[in-house]
Design a protein around this ligand. Structure first.
Ligand code: IMP
Length: 194
């Protein structure tokens, strides 16, 4: 069997953890009406499942970022439709790696004078952090491996996988960006697997 791609977090475990996060965040935000702010494109499956485990009042907004330069600077490519001034903003990220993207984003949001800013990240790649940045809620702490699926991509692919996969040999994807599709097509795992 091909060991290049290993399923590391099954869909059922993702759902359990996200439900716990939703409950914890809902309790903390009781009596407030947060703006739940998804960072596209990677947040998509996570925010969809998270907000459905948060029954209280909220607005759901999105923005997308363009990265430039080595030092992780970003600009806003698509902005929110709701002003953030005076609002409780909860940033929803798929993964925090070096932390540079999130640090820039938080600065850009804080300039807008919100009532509060917090972050929920599904995945926190702790050993890769190069800038100290608060992450108020996190799904899983992970190591240095490259992950795919459930929002995470390689060249735009694999965001639609229902579970999280680790790539043990990136050279396989560099040669063939669709290699995991071929793998799942033959084993029947990954897409739609429960
Ligand atoms: P940071 O600025 O270094 O924290 O980078 C965060 C961004 O890097 C994420 O939003 C992802 O787009 C990307 N990224 C980091 N690690 C992974 C991974 O393991 N798989 C897929 N994308 C990743």
């Amino acid at each position: 069997m091909n060991e290049t791609f290993v399923e590391v977090v099954a869909e059922s475990r993702l759902m359990r953890r996200i439900a716990e996060l939703g409950k914890e965040i809902s309790a903390d935000y009781a009596g407030r009406r947060p703006v739940v702010l998804g960072v596209l494109n990677g947040c998509l499956p996570f925010i969809a499942d998270l907000v459905r485990s948060m029954p209280g009042p909220m607005e759901i907004e999105f923005l997308s970022l363009t990265r430039f330069g080595e030092e992780g600077r970003v600009s806003i490519a698509m902005d929110t439709t709701t002003p953030l001034q005076g609002r409780h903003v909860l940033i929803v990220e798929d993964i925090v790696d070096t932390g540079l993207t999130l640090a820039s984003l938080r600065r850009m949001i804080e300039i807008r004078d919100p009532a509060s800013v917090a972050t929920v990240a599904l995945l926190d790649k702790v050993p890769r952090r190069i800038i100290e940045i608060p992450i108020e809620y996190r799904g899983f702490e992970i190591g240095d491996e490259f992950l795919l699926g459930y929002g995470l991509d390689w060249e735009g692919q694999y965001r639609n996988l229902r579970s999280l996969w680790a790539v043990t040999d990136l050279s396989v994807l560099k040669r063939d960006p669709y290699a995991l599709n071929q793998e799942t097509a033959t084993t029947g795992e990954g897409f739609g697997a429960r």
